[in-house]
Design a protein around this ligand. Structure first.
Ligand code: SF4
Ligand code: F3S
Ligand code: FES
Length: 244
């Protein structure tokens, strides 16, 4: 049965904007993106919204729904209190292009600053490698990332402190962990993690892990092991004593 619901959607561009209320009918099974599309089709044809798969796999429809960084296509209206307006706004950690669309290109630039995969030479006669299944599985989780950047959006270091020039953020720490823990990789990123990517800015709030739509255990499985590598190299008293 169709019922009316109000969506308070941020409209504007890089110079500023404001929330605007739209009331539309919603039905069982709809997600926030469906409602936004209905409003776009019936009331606001110039409403800008980015989406692609509507299946939680492309990472395009990231926004903030009632203050929580979320994928619009994976947020069911049945999970939201529709007796009050549903607030839909663009991610806060990135510049707004228009309405619900933000410019996330900084993430791709920052990704380029991480040292690339550097495999060791093949160890089998046929020119391939032999690796343990357990080592493969360790990094597999990180490869589920859909680059929605919701974790970047929620992290206070980027969101509140605007440290984009200094801190690569949780998504890119996951990427660095996938490379660092790869069983074939020989590159050394520990110095960069400390001095260039400033992993020390992360104070393990776990907010990033809590918003990840792929349920990647960002803090415990990626960031903390990377921090341990930094601590082992730079803060182990014995290693410090003998470091040249
Ligand atoms: Fe999105 Fe999770 Fe990847 Fe962060 S780690 S970009 S929240 S999928
Ligand atoms: Fe930010 Fe995640 Fe650390 S939210 S502070 S990167 S645990
Ligand atoms: Fe692809 Fe939402 S439209 S993740």
């Amino acid at each position: 049965m169709a019922t009316p619901a109000t969506f308070r959607i941020w409209r504007g561009n890089s110079t500023g904007g404001a929330f605007q209320d739209y009331t539309t009918s919603v039905e069982e099974g709809m997600v926030v993106l469906d409602a936004v599309h209905r409003i776009q089709a019936q009331q606001a044809p110039d409403l800008a919204v980015r989406w692609n798969c509507k299946a939680g796999k492309c990472g395009s429809c990231s926004a903030e729904i009632n203050g929580m960084p979320s994928l619009m296509c994976m947020t069911r209206l049945s999970a939201i209190d529709l007796s009050i307006p549903v607030i839909v706004e663009p991610m806060h950690a990135f510049p707004v292009i228009r309405d619900l669309v933000t410019d996330v290109s900084w993430n791709f630039q920052a990704k380029k600053t991480i040292k690339q995969f550097k495999p060791r030479p093949p160890d089998a006669a046929d020119g391939t490698w032999r690796i343990q299944q357990a080592d493969v599985e360790r990094v597999q989780e990180f490869r589920k990332c859909i680059e929605c950047f919701l974790c970047q959006d929620v992290c206070h270091v980027l969101r509140e402190h605007n440290k984009h020039d200094e801190f690569i953020g949780p998504r890119l720490l996951v990427y660095a962990a996938a490379l660092e823990m790869h069983p074939l990789d020989t590159e050394d990123r520990v110095s960069d993690l400390r001095h260039k990517h400033n992993i020390g800015y992360c104070n393990i709030t776990t907010c990033c892990r809590q918003v990840c739509p792929e349920s990647i255990t960002i803090t415990e499985n990626a960031i903390i092991p990377l921090k341990e590598r930094v601590v082992d190299r730079y803060f182990d008293p014995l290693k410090r004593l003998f470091r040249i």
